[in-house]
Each structure stands twice: as C-alpha cells, then as structure tokens.
Design a protein around this ligand. Structure first.
Ligand code: ADP
Length: 189
C-alpha cells in the first residue's frame, strides 16, 4: 500500500493530476476541498459552519478539517492507497496525518509538490473562474487563497523535506508530461 500527498498552491493542477493518478494506480482520492464543497452544497451542519470561511478564501480551522479527514479515512478501511489532495495545508494537519497513518501501521510514502510560479497561478485561476462557478475564484478571494498558501501552507514543505519524503515536480507544461514526471517518481521506488 502506497499513500501519496499531492501538494501545491491553488491552481497548480492537483485536481487534474489526481484524476490521472487514480485511473492509473487506483488510489482512494481524498480532496478536502471537494469534501468541503460537498458539505456546503448539501447544506450540512459542517457545510453551514465553513461556507463563509471558504468563500472568503481563508483556510478552514484545523480542528474542523482534521476531524473531517479522520472520518473519511475511517470510511475506507480497505483502501489500497490514499491520494491526499489539498491536505495537509498546515504543519498541524501534516502531523495529524502522520499520526493517523501510524495508528493504521502505515505512513505517507510520497509527497509530490507541483511547482508553479505565482504569476502563472494567478493567470490559470483567472481563466478557471470563467467556467468554475466557484465563489472563491473571484480576484480578491484568490489573493487571500494565494496568501494563505504562501503564509501557512508552504511551511509544510520543510516538514516533509526533513524526513526525506519530498519530491518536487515542475508543474508548468503539458499535462501529460507533468503526469509522466509524477509517475517516474512513484515508479522509481
Ligand atoms: P484550491 O483550488 O485553492 O487548491 P481546494 O479546492 O483544495 O482549493 O479548497 C478550497 C477551499 O476549501 C480552501 O480555500 C479552504 O477554504 C478549504 N480547504 C480545503 N482543504 C483545506 C485544508 N486542508 N485546510 C483548511 N482549509 C481547507
């Protein structure tokens, strides 16, 4: 069983690459962004709690995010490998994830960080906004999301680097080329 964290700023292409990875390797996909969007769309009590925070582009508090993640892990006891997309976004989340994995005698084996320059990210999201219907793709909210990334989430990288799990892949270029570069990392070990 191999567990993977796909890491990167908003607009890095995590969703696109996740789909391809799932098709090839059969991971169970856990996207905290998708889970939160499901809750807000279905107006669950969790959804009502996080809607405003998400729409503003801010991160949902760790206590809520980690509890939701744990619930999702518990729903998939027989998974033959998880792909985490959009989680962890803080060092506390990364530590909680390691702890959950350890409790199941498992671990995070790979962290793949998609590297995309900030200017390109802003251009991509501006384009996505035209079709996505996502309230948080509006310009000022996008700024907040990018700031949250560079203020909080980026600190997760040294956490994984420290114990030698970090692999950086260039996230600019053709989708299939980026995908091949990710597969090369996974297939190497
Ligand atoms: P993006 O496209 O910006 O990478 P996601 O779809 O992963 O965004 O997440 C959308 C929003 O959901 C975030 O801006 C944040 O409000 C919330 N969210 C998702 N994952 C997390 C997380 N791990 N911790 C805190 N908030 C999160």
């Amino acid at each position: 069983m191999v567990n993977l964290v796909l890491f990167g700023p908003p607009g890095a292409g995590k969703g696109t690459q996740s789909e391809k990875l799932i098709e090839k390797y059969g991971f169970v996909h856990i996207s905290t962004g998708d889970l939160f969007r499901w809750h807000t769309k279905n107006e669950t009590s969790l959804g009502k709690k996080v809607k405003e925070i998400m729409d503003s582009g801010a991160l949902v508090p760790d206590s809520i995010t980690i509890a939701m993640l744990k619930e999702e892990l518990d729903k998939n006891p027989d998974a033959n490998g998880f792909l985490f997309d959009g989680f962890p976004r803080t060092v506390d989340q990364a530590q909680a994830l390691d702890q959950f994995m350890k409790e199941n005698n498992s671990g995070i084996h790979f962290v793949i960080a998609l590297d995309v320059p900030e200017k390109e990210l802003r251009e991509r999201i501006a384009k996505r906004k035209l079709t996505s219907n996502r309230a948080d793709d509006e310009v000022e909210k996008l700024n907040k999301r990018v700031n949250e990334y560079f203020g909080k989430t980026i600190h997760v990288l040294p956490y994984y680097k420290k114990n030698d799990r970090l692999n950086t892949v260039n996230g600019v270029g053709e989708i299939d080329k980026i995908f091949s570069a990710i597969c090369a990392v996974l297939d190497k070990k």
